[in-house]
Design a protein around this ligand. Structure first.
Ligand code: NAD
Length: 482
């Protein structure tokens, strides 16, 4: 372990893969576009099968040594890595904004959160459980690491969504192959550079590459577990492919979160909170609010207040300190969101704010609030994953609950009321992995997070999430001497 982590000056220069503790290149490369301009601003190596095989071999070789280190030793190394993230927070955040588009303040938060969540995970003890212990026998449930974990991440929060699984796998004694989205590979490669300073060779391997690299990982017989964060469609392909080697899978997939706003709220007070939870990262958040169900008594005032929020929001490059909402991250997603917007307009729904692209370059769309839209429209049924949100009217809470649950998604949801107990009773009937009251998007390393229905399988964070990187083993000892 070097006492001199990668210096800040090195961070903006070139990009390399991390294989077997060494910086590595590849014959192919990826072009990375800044979504605020629509232009290529960097290139990085794209791993092929050869680089993947080398990374898998290295991770398997490194496994016995890493498995046999103590939790205390692994915790110490993870915490040093987190300090290194914090030391390099400004440069990493700038790079993240350039490749992902989010405002710099949110990019700084993402790096800081990656560090604090990782530290939080290392505070969770993993201990054997004694099931029975008497004069005759002792039965103990132990937990041991799986071996090599493959981590595949999406483009919306590449650092945070890498850090959780990365730390979980490492803390529990597994070695890792991390692959980022081809749209946002750069900051993840820099994480690899930093990780190189803190972990023995082969323990952490970081690759960039296209979708096919993800597919090869899910098929690879040398990888024992896949932690996948991404769309429902790809999640299903991952699970099907992982079946051939019976890999363990954790799937963190898309959401279509509903927020149910009851009749006793002050619409002006709640609107900024709902707006932020819907439009943060321009709506490109798995657990962003994607449908707002408002009681008829507050519906019109809430629509007005949300439309005001949308009109006041400052849109632009994430590097401009005044910017609150950046661009949509890539062209394909931009076209999808524009398609949903066109469908919304064709159906005669009311666009209360936004509804068009501002002039200039980049994949920008004004934050858009929609009312009077059918429950069977694309905007209500699909995960829009962009800056456009419908407000739907209800008169009866049971009807709101039925409509909120009428979806194949089940990531999270929330209920808003001046009476938290009343809201909690309704929240407890949402078919989701997390139901919030008077808040949305509140997660912590100590609390399990994940999706019901087609929003995923398994949980991240907490003891439950860590145990997804461990195999349970019952050791049953008959105490009577033979
Ligand atoms: P995506 O499914 O297109 O891609 C995700 C990753 O999978 C990328 O690295 C991609 O290269 C890789 N990939 C593509 N095809 C693959 C295959 N056949 N096998 C293996 N890997 C493959 O998702 P995206 O568009 O990058 O991300 C947006 C989606 O991610 C949204 O649906 C969002 O809700 C979801 N998401 C979920 C969570 C969560 O915690 N539940 C968090 C963030 C994002």
């Amino acid at each position: 372990m070097s006492a001199h982590p990668a210096s800040v000056a090195e961070l903006d220069t070139d990009f390399t893969l991390l294989i077997d503790g060494e910086a590595a290149t590849a014959p192919s490369s990826l072009e990375v576009i800044n979504p605020a301009t629509g232009h290529v601003f960097a290139r990085c190596p794209a791993a092929g099968r050869h680089e993947l095989d080398r990374a898998v071999d290295a991770a398997r070789r490194a496994f016995p040594g890493w498995r046999d280190t103590s939790y205390a030793e692994r915790t110490a190394r993870i915490r040093e890595f987190c300090h290194s993230l914090r030391r390099n927070q400004d440069r990493l955040a700038r790079l993240l904004t350039m490749e992902q588009g989010k405002p710099l303040g949110q990019a700084l938060d993402e790096i800081g959160r990656a560090a604090s969540q990782s530290e939080g995970l290392t505070q969770i003890p993993i201990l054997p459980q004694v099931i029975e212990d008497n004069d005759q026998r002792r039965i103990e449930l132990q937990f041991y690491p799986l071996c090599v974990a493959g981590i595949i991440t999406p483009w919306n929060a590449p650092v945070n969504l890498a850090a959780g699984p990365l730390t979980s796998a490492l803390y529990t004694g597994n070695t890792v192959i991390l692959k980022s989205s081809p749209y946002t590979p750069l900051t993840t490669l820099k994480l690899g550079e930093l990780a190189r300073e803190h972990f023995p060779r082969g323990v952490v391997n970081v690759l960039a590459g296209g979708d096919e690299l993800g597919r090869w990982m899910t098929e690879h017989p040398g990888i024992d577990k896949i932690s996948f964060t991404g769309s429902v469609k790809t999640g299903k392909a991952v699970m099907a492919s992982a079946a051939s080697t019976l890999k363990r899978v954790t799937l963190e997939l898309g959401g279509n979160d509903a927020a149910i706003v009851l009749d006793d709220v002050d619409p002006r007070a709640v609107a900024p909170k709902l707006f932020f939870a819907s439009f943060v990262n321009s709506g490109q958040v798995c657990m962003a609010i994607k449908r707002i169900y408002a009681h008829e008594r507050v519906h019109d005032a809430l629509c007005d207040a949300l439309a005001d929020e949308a009109r006041q929001a400052k849109i632009g490059s994430g590097l401009d300190p005044a910017t609150q909402l950046g661009p949509i991250q890539n062209r394909a997603q931009y076209d999808r969101v524009v398609g949903i917007l066109e469908d919304t307009k064709r159906r005669g729904a009311r666009v209360l704010a936004g509804g068009e692209a501002p002039p200039g370059d980049g994949y920008f769309l004004l934050p858009t609030i929609v009312a009077d839209i059918d429950d069977d429209s694309r905007l209500v049924r699909e995960e829009q994953f962009g800056p456009i949100v419908p407000v739907l009217k209800f008169t009866d809470e049971e009807d709101a609950l039925r409509r909120a649950n009428d979806t194949r998604y089940g990531l999270s949801g929330s209920v808003w009321s001046s009476n938290p107990a009343r809201a909690a009773a309704l929240a407890s009937r949402l078919e989701v992995g997390t139901a919030w009251v008077n808040q949305h998007r509140a997660t912590s390393a100590m609390v399990p997070f994940g999706g019901a229905k087609e929003s995923g399988i398994g949980r991240v964070y907490s003891e439950m999430g860590l145990k997804a990187y461990l195999e349970p083993r019952v050791v049953s000892v008959l105490k009577t001497p033979l």
